[in-house]
Design a protein around this ligand. Structure first.
Ligand code: GTP
Ligand code: OAA
Ligand code: MN
Length: 599
């Protein structure tokens, strides 16, 4: 047992009050142990020795497979159960006392039913297994914006991943004792039976219970469950924002840096944008892009009224397929060592392999079978890497600033094959909130279910907002209070397709051309044309030197299709009405204003 917690037991009754938080932690651990009946309890300290012992155990039982030590030092392959490869939105619940507080955007169960359901699954589920207790901090350990939690799990794979993704161990436990509060997460991989799998949240109790999956977003409870679903609920009560956003810094040739936060749905380009390498021409002039975070952003107004953002995570849990020396060399450099690969293929010399990788050939697929193209891709489309952010060559020296970084622009974006141009700017905050609320995107392999189906995914938070979207939009609107100096809001679409079904915009490094225009707008330098949907750049307002665009590409990326947008605004109006009377009138008014200006 951890020394700090052990001390609680030894304390004389008169000083025990000082350790009340740790006492209640210990009581909860005891309660869980009585229910799940593990063979042993291990309090994680986050040390290298602890990790080495866990990894050795996982290597021995086949949970981890060692990759080539020369080409991929310290790196491992994990093959999940083939039915457990992505988030399960249909099995994810938000349990609030009132159903309306969870909203039409969440599956709901009453807290009593939710606990009963989960506790019956947890009964005796850890028999013969070790129960790990993981104290962790989301965000830099010394940042006032950070928050702590404790995850109890029976999966050593989860422990190894949480060690990379969070600040885990002794320092987190000390912060928990100081702060007097923490999020409780209980997880078991159970039998990995898709029919006995639930990811359940109790935001009013700051509690998470997850059963039956070992996959990242379902099992690493610090990530989506805590840092988005529970944190969004806390953020609303306390006046901040917990968002599914990357954070990056753009340094211009004069050495000035602007920070941008961008919300794209799962597997829609956050990791890639966060690690962008400037294209030819920009590099020579001295443009640089710095990575702060690739998935989650917590932000709040600072004393000067600007929004300050931290990345609550310490690592990247990124999509492997498509990562190449051409698309994302920074990611490739980051994962060159000390990386856990999940569900990738393997080459003859024990290297990790996925579709889109520049060289190598797979001999084994993600299931562990001999690779045969007839059986599908070598790597699962949602294969992932887990790696420390510190290994990223573009990791910003300000990424761990306790104050966070000031945000100049917020960017929303989705996968839209048609209609939506490359970029436009919202005219003010309220319009920006509508643009976020109306976001649409085609579904991806990050969640189980059909891929490529267009759905509304407001602010990329459809699977992650822990409360009613109507209240969430009202919360966003409330930041426009006359005191805050809010960032400009933009919308991008890297995924517009031509008649031949191919992407019209080169994307990746070339996305800096669009970011540069945004910064120009923030500084009042760049030009645009006003349209009913917002301000659009003309081709000449972007630096497109060296970019080959067809006539069709120019028309579709920079044009505005009035008839198409009329239909889109009708669909947006219908969507807002699905939330009934809780939807802020300001968003209905904004939708009506734009719809009217399209006539
Ligand atoms: N065409 C095009 N594809 C892109 C671009 N950026 C990223 N992608 C593709 O989008 C997919 C996923 O991108 P990621 O950056 O890993 O997605 P993410 O938003 O970080 O995803 P999560 O970790 O699931 O939240 C990969 O297949 C990329 O190759 C781009 O600018 N253009
Ligand atoms: O949660 C996960 O498993 C990975 C992720 O970032 C997402 O799906 O958005
Ligand atoms: Mn994500």
């Amino acid at each position: 047992m951890n020394a700090l917690v052990q001390d609680v037991d030894k304390r004389a009754p008169e000083v025990q009050g000082r350790g009340t938080t740790l006492e209640s932690l210990k009581q909860w651990v005891d309660q869980v142990a009585a229910l799940a009946r593990p063979a042993a309890i291990h309090w994680c300290d986050g040390s290298d020795a602890e990790n080495a012992a866990l990894v050795a155990k996982m290597e021995a039982d086949g949970t981890l497979i060692r990759l080539n030590e020369e080409t991929n030092p310290g790196s491992w392959l994990h093959r999940s159960h083939p039915d457990d490869v992505a988030r399960v939105e249909h099995l994810t619940f938000v349990c609030t006392s009132e159903q309306d507080d969870a909203g039409p955007n969440n599956h709901w169960m009453s807290p009593a039913d939710g606990h009963a359901q989960m506790d019956s699954l947890f009964e005796g589920c850890m028999e013969g297994r070790t129960m790990y207790v993981i104290p962790y901090c989301m965000g830099p350990i010394d940042s006032p914006i950070s928050r702590c939690g404790v995850e109890i799990t029976d999966s050593p794979y989860v422990v190894a991943n949480m060690r990379i993704m969070t600040r885990m161990g002794e320092a987190a436990l000390q912060r928990i004792e100081r702060e007097g509060t923490f999020v409780r997460g209980l997880h078991s991989t159970g039998e990995l039976d898709p029919n006995r799998r639930f990811i359940m949240h109790f935001p009013e109790e700051l509690t998470i219970k997850s059963y039956g999956s070992g996959y990242g977003g379902n099992a690493l409870l610090g990530k989506k469950c805590h840092a988005l679903r529970i944190a969004s609920h806390q953020a609303r009560q306390e006046g901040w924002l917990a968002e599914h956003m990357l954070i990056l810094g753009i340094e211009n040739p004069q050495g000035e840096t602007h920070y941008v936060a961008a919300a794209f749905p799962s597997a829609c380009g956050k990791t890639n944008l966060a690690m962008l390498i400037p294209p030819e021409g920009y590099r020579e002039k001295g443009w640089k892009v710095w990575t702060i975070g690739d998935d989650i952003c917590w932000m709040r107004p600072g004393p000067d009224g600007r929004l300050y953002a931290i990345n609550p995570e310490a690592g990247f849990f990124g999509v492997a397929p498509g990562t190449s020396a051409k698309s994302n060399p920074n990611a490739l450099a980051t994962i060159a060592k000390n990386t856990i690969f999940t569900n990738v293929g393997v080459t003859a010399d024990d290297g990790p392999w996925w579709e889109g990788l520049d060289d190598g050939q797979p001999v084994t697929d993600w299931r562990g079978n001999a690779y045969d193209a007839a059986n599908g891709p070598a790597a699962h489309p949602n294969a992932r890497f887990t790696v420390s952010a510190k290994q990223c060559p573009s990791y910003s020296e300000h990424a761990e600033d306790p104050t966070g970084v000031p945000i100049s622009a917020i960017v929303f974006g989705g996968r839209r094959a048609s209609l939506v141009p490359l970029v436009f700017e919202a005219r003010d905050w309220t319009h920006g909130v509508l643009v976020g609320a109306a976001m649409g995107s085609e579904t991806t392999a990050a969640a189980t279910g059909a891929v490529g189906v267009m759905r509304r995914d407001p602010m990329a938070m459809k699977p992650f907002c822990g409360y009613n979207f109507a209240d969430y939009f009202a919360h966003w609107l409330s930041f426009d209070n006359g005191r805050n100096k809010l960032p400009k809001v933009f919308h991008v679409n890297w995924f517009r397709k031509g008649d031949d079904g191919k992407f019209l915009w080169p994307g990746f490094g070339d996305n800096l051309r669009v970011l540069e225009w945004m910064i120009g707008r923030v500084e009042g330098r760049a030009d645009a044309v006003e349209t009913p949907i917002g301000a659009l750049p003309r081709e000449q307002d972007l630096d497109l030197e060296g970019v080959q665009l067809s006539g069709e590409a120019r028309e579709k990326l920079f044009g505005f299709d009035r008839d198409g947008w009329r239909a889109e605004l009708v669909s947006i109006g219908d969507y807002l009405r699905e939330y009934g009377p809780r939807m802020p009138q300001a968003l209905h008014d904004e939708q009506a204003r734009i719809a009217a200006s399209l006539d």
